[in-house]
Design a protein around this ligand. Structure first.
Ligand SMILES: [Fe+2]
Length: 394
């Protein structure tokens, strides 16, 4: 939820008669969260949205099984994700790398548009578009996205991705706790504060195309996911026939390049880079910025033990010299209980630096993550040794 938005035609009052030019009724679709107590939207369809039929049955979901049966040792890890599989659509190409009971994180290298619709009943999906672009089509309309965008799809919104004909590399987070704006960025009426790192204008929401259906060229299948199982439903050819909606629940996009970073006299903790939050995680944006300006300030992050969170970073672009061996597309995983920080030489070398040019997404999770079987072959074996001044295996 960013703010209240509206699109298309709406009756003056919810839950009242709303007719088309021929006298037929439009069908209301209340899309609610936290039962009926949380943020909601109300959509209006030409035909009943509940006219789905159970189709060909259930299918297993993405493989989130733990590597080593969950008995993998606790160490700092680095994954080079370029070898994650491709050739599939965004719904089917997801490769989970790290999971806990609240979040699944992974990499997506889609090579084809979705032909089917998908509604994820297990959580909000957040995609960081490292490379690529396209259009998200959903009950709420069409939403264009580009490289550098976060694309956020609320739980259970039926959607599909239409991809541009270019390389697509996405970092993906399925969040079972609802994605929200960190509460410190809101004033007492819910407006984004003037000292927040973004404004309402930075968030893009779907638009309903005038006088045409949202999407006519799709299969008649809707995949739903709940409890990490896919179920396939048959839909009608007027499945995406929304003529209006309003409310606070809808897909949206936000470009990481619109995030306004903060700099301090001395190094500020990563929470100043907070972009999205759930009750059990914080998603941060590291963008090019001036660094700490005080006399004697050390701009490089201090070595730290952030004892209540596991930390994951997806490296997108820029200079990652404080991390040995990191490249664009790398994912690092630093579990709580293991101190981490700059690698040998980086701390000292940062003194006097004026700017950093990094572009990365960091996720702090309050529940322990475990690597999946798919993550194992992507792991750089000697990463944990890279903090040693005289590493045994480097
Ligand atoms: Fe950290």
């Amino acid at each position: 939820m960013i703010d209240y938005r509206r699109q298309g035609q709406l009756p003056p009052k919810p839950h009242t008669v709303f007719r088309n030019d021929e006298g037929g009724l439009y069908y209301e679709h209340c899309f609610t969260t936290v039962g009926f107590d949380g943020p909601f939207s109300v959509l209006y369809h030409k035909s009943p949205p509940q006219s789905l039929r159970f189709g060909t049955g259930c299918e297993p979901c993405w493989d989130t099984a733990a590597a080593g049966g969950g008995n993998e040792s606790l160490r700092r890890r680095h994954y080079k994700t370029a070898q994650a599989g491709t050739g599939l659509s965004p719904m089917t190409a997801r490769v989970p790398l790290l999971v806990n009971s609240d979040m699944t994180m992974g990499i997506v290298h889609p090579a084809a548009s979705d032909t089917d619709y998908f509604a994820n009943g297990d959580g909000d999906d957040v995609f960081f578009i490292h490379r690529g672009g396209g259009e998200l089509r959903s009950w709420f309309g069409r939403l264009r996205f580009e490289s550098g965008d976060y694309v956020v799809i609320p739980k259970a919104v039926a959607h599909r991705f239409i991809l541009d004909l270019t390389e697509q590399v996405w970092f993906w987070m399925e969040c079972r706790s609802t994605i929200r704006i960190p509460s410190q960025y809101r004033n007492h009426v819910g407006q984004l504060r003037m000292d927040a790192p973004y404004s309402h204008r930075d968030f893009r929401s779907p638009e309903l195309p005038p006088n045409e259906a949202i999407d006519l060229d799709f299969s008649d299948r809707l995949y739903t996911k709940r409890g990490d199982r896919f179920t396939v439903h048959q839909t009608s050819d007027v499945f995406l026939d929304t003529i209006g909606w309003d409310g606070t629940v809808y897909p949206f996009a936000f470009s990481i390049h619109r995030f306004s970073p903060k700099t301090g006299q001395v190094h500020l903790p990563p929470t100043v880079h907070g972009t999205f939050a759930t009750s059990k995680s914080l998603i941060c944006s590291f963008v090019p910025r001036m660094v700490d300006f005080g006399d004697g300030a050390i701009p490089c992050p201090y070595p730290h033990s952030n004892v209540d969170v596991d930390e994951v970073i997806f490296y997108s672009a820029g200079d990652f010299t404080s991390r040995r061996g990191i490249e664009a597309g790398s994912v690092s995983f630093h579990p709580a209980g293991v101190p981490h920080g700059p690698q040998p030489g980086a701390y000292e070398a940062s003194i006097g630096v004026l700017r950093v040019h990094e572009l990365a997404v960091m996720v702090d999770t309050f529940e322990p993550l475990r690597p999946t079987r798919a993550a194992l072959p992507m792991e750089v074996a000697d990463y944990d040794d890279s903090w040693q001044t005289n590493p045994m295996s480097l």
